[in-house]
Design a protein around this ligand. Structure first.
Ligand SMILES: CC(C)(COP(=O)(O)OP(=O)(O)OC[C@H]1O[C@@H](n2cnc3c(N)ncnc32)[C@H](O)[C@@H]1OP(=O)(O)O)[C@@H](O)C(=O)NCCC(=O)NCCS
Length: 258
């Protein structure tokens, strides 16, 4: 087993060893903190999905995130099955998650997609929101997904690594949780000589900048129809549209400041 182990306190970080190059699917990294011990895991079994998705629901709850609201679906159970099936159907998907080794709870995670060839040769991905019943919420979801994916072929139509999800439980923020999972992807990007990309929320921008990402473009996502129904207008308001974010890139080899 290859172990990334160091001791961290608010005042000192002692780096003992790092061997990311030969990471196997069952590898665990340990960050023994003076405040709380954290462990980084690479998801490798179906059994890990309920705890991962439980973490997703807690991690994205704050601040309100309209894009997550449409992705999470009607129930946590449905969401768990769907995220499991998406991951299993996608050989580019790698879920890294962090647990508090005292409570065993998932306190943060990141999904990295490693595209060794250009995934957008046939155009942007399309995502039908089949988890919602027919109606305004499904319509809005599909318009937002189309707007979200539309820029991908021109902005990252090349082999690359991509952060698709990134969250930390609000109670665990600013303790290095997301940085643990970031290290895995940055190492992969350097190893394969691929640039890294992310569509960031407003809240995530500072975190990505601290890891060498730069803003390439802004994202403004919205949905609309002619003569919207009262429900369409209400859903749009509830989701706090339009959504604003940033398309960001980390050049392979860029220096980190965090
Ligand atoms: C963005 C997020 C994942 C960061 O997670 P985290 O575990 O708190 O991040 P880390 O502790 O590893 O942060 C490392 C460094 O990144 C920077 N950073 C982290 N969050 C930041 C923020 N909100 N604003 C500015 N800089 C930030 C800081 O330099 C931080 O170091 P510091 O704590 O010593 O100041 C977390 O705030 C979150 O889950 N936000 C809500 C969900 C979200 O918007 N995710 C991004 C989706 S694209």
């Amino acid at each position: 087993m290859y172990v990334y182990r160091y001791v961290a306190s608010p005042f000192i970080t002692l780096h003992i060893s790092t061997t990311f190059g030969h990471l196997s699917s069952s590898t665990t990294f340990t960050l023994a903190s003076a405040i709380m011990p954290l462990e980084l895991h690479k998801l490798s079994s179906d059994e890990e999905f309920p705890a991962l998705v439980d973490g997703l629901w807690r991690g994205y709850a704050e601040p309100f995130n309209g894009f997550w609201e449409i992705l999470k679906g009607p129930t946590q159970e449905e969401c768990t099955e769907r995220y499991k099936s998406w991951h299993k159907a996608d050989p580019t998907s790698h879920w890294l998650y962090v647990t508090d080794s005292e409570t065993k709870k998932v306190v943060g995670a990141m999904q990295w997609n490693v595209f060794e060839t250009n995934p957008y040769i046939n155009g942007p991905p399309s995502l039908p929101a089949y988890w919602w019943p027919e109606g305004p919420l499904k319509e809005i979801s599909e318009q937002l997904f189309a707007a979200f994916f539309a820029g991908r072929p021109s902005k990252c139509g090349q082999p690359h690594v991509l952060i698709s999800y990134c969250f930390t439980d609000p109670k665990y923020r600013h303790k290095g949780v997301a940085s643990l999972a970031m290290e895995w992807g940055i190492h992969k990007s350097e190893e394969l000589d691929l640039d890294a990309f992310v569509e960031s929320t407003e809240d995530g921008r500072g975190f990505y900048e601290a890891h060498g990402f730069e803003v390439l473009d802004e994202l403004h996502l919205d949905a609309g129809v002619d003569s919207p129904s009262a429900e369409f207008t209400q859903r749009r308001r509830e989701l706090q549209l339009p959504l604003h974010g940033f398309f960001m890139k980390r050049r392979c080899g860029a220096n980190k400041s965090a």
